[in-house]
Design a protein around this ligand. Structure first.
Ligand SMILES: Nc1nc2c(ncn2[C@@H]2O[C@H](COP(=O)(O)OP(=O)(O)OP(=O)(O)O)[C@@H](O)[C@H]2O)c(=O)[nH]1
Ligand SMILES: [Mg+2]
Length: 305
């Protein structure tokens, strides 16, 4: 976990907006969900601070306060560095991250008047979740503000047990990588209800039943994995939403409130412990260096006598 200078400069008494990272598979509805969340918060009289980190998006259905596309031209980056589309997005994000201290500065100025900061991430999920830039951005924000990951799932495309399982494994890996409180957002419930998913997650038997028709070796593998995932499910908040109709937005924000509590009781103390440990280690190293220097000086003086 990275600490930043801003974390030290914000007194705990200051109002601190909650940061929501919208992460999910390509086409799961992250950008539409951002648009809906933005509209919902405007309706509540709590306009959020909106950041777009997707350099490849052609049309944003909301106005972003900070847009990666304002400073980085993704097509130019592809040309200049001779890259394909994914390499281009990753390099654009890396270039943007080198200026992220400026973004933190802008956010810090606005933070006292804000309730929420929303971040949209690139369609290719691993570009954000498995890159150094993604880690720097999440860690830098999480060092200062309460953060939650909204993991957006395309519900109609997750009704198959194998697809469901792989999506959950991906979510699990992101949870363990970021260590941030998680909200599983089953999107597009105007098309398919997320009830089946809630059942699979809360009642192991129903998932077993769904797997019964599958007699391949994958079936027994999934059986075992679903047992492993049971522990993961225990620590999650699950909501169903429709980014198109706006259904489920109150439930989503109730889940975010819960996630913020978890941030304060689990993530923050752990982060502070790591910062204390690092400071102690640095102090010890300085002490050793000082002792070595004193010893060297003693030897030098002895030789000159
Ligand atoms: N029916 C329905 N369609 C939705 C919903 N949310 C998003 N969509 C549609 O899903 C498609 C993808 O939505 P986006 O918001 O672009 O998804 P995204 O995750 O940002 O996509 P990338 O950034 O390209 O990965 C669009 O056609 C949206 O209209 C929803 O709640 N219901
Ligand atoms: Mg998008």
């Amino acid at each position: 976990m990275a600490s930043t200078s801003t974390s030290a400069s914000v007194p705990p008494s200051h109002k601190q907006p909650t940061v929501i990272f919208c992460i999910g598979m390509a086409g799961s509805g992250k950008t539409t969900f951002m648009q809906r969340t933005n509209a919902f918060l405007h309706g509540q009289g709590k306009p959020p601070y909106v950041i777009n980190l997707d350099p490849a998006v052609t049309h944003l259905p909301f106005t972003a306060n900070i847009d990666i596309r304002d400073t980085i031209n993704y097509k130019e980056v592809m040309k200049q560095y001779n890259l394909g589309p994914n390499g281009g997005i990753l390099t654009s994000l890396n270039l943007f991250t080198t200026k992220f201290d400026q973004v933190l500065g802008l956010i810090a100025k606005r933070a006292p008047t804000l309730d929420y900061i929303l971040l949209d991430t690139p369609g290719q999920i691993e570009i954000f979740t498995w890159s150094a830039s993604g880690a720097i951005i999440t860690d830098a924000l999480a060092a200062t503000y309460p953060c939650a990951v909204a993991y957006i799932i395309d519900t109609p495309r997750t009704t198959n047990p194998a697809t469901f399982m792989s999506n959950m494994l991906y979510a699990c890996s992101i949870l363990y990588k970021t260590k941030l409180p998680f909200v599983l957002v089953f999107n597009k419930i105007d098309v398919v209800s997320h009830e089946f998913a809630v059942q699979w997650m809360t009642d192991f038997e129903t998932f077993q039943q769904a797997l019964k028709n599958d007699t391949s070796y994958m079936s027994s593998l999934m059986n075992s994995m679903s047992l492993v995932l049971d522990e993961f499910y225990q620590h999650l908040r699950v909501v169903g939403v429709s980014a198109v109709t706006g259904e489920g937005m109150e439930e989503f924000f109730a889940a975010v409130d819960e996630a913020v509590k978890e941030y304060k009781t689990e993530y923050q103390p752990e982060m502070e412990r790591l910062i204390r440990e690092r400071a102690l280690r640095q102090e010890r190293e300085q002490q050793i260096q000082l002792t070595n220097l004193m010893n060297d000086m003693d030897i030098h003086q002895e030789q000159n006598k």
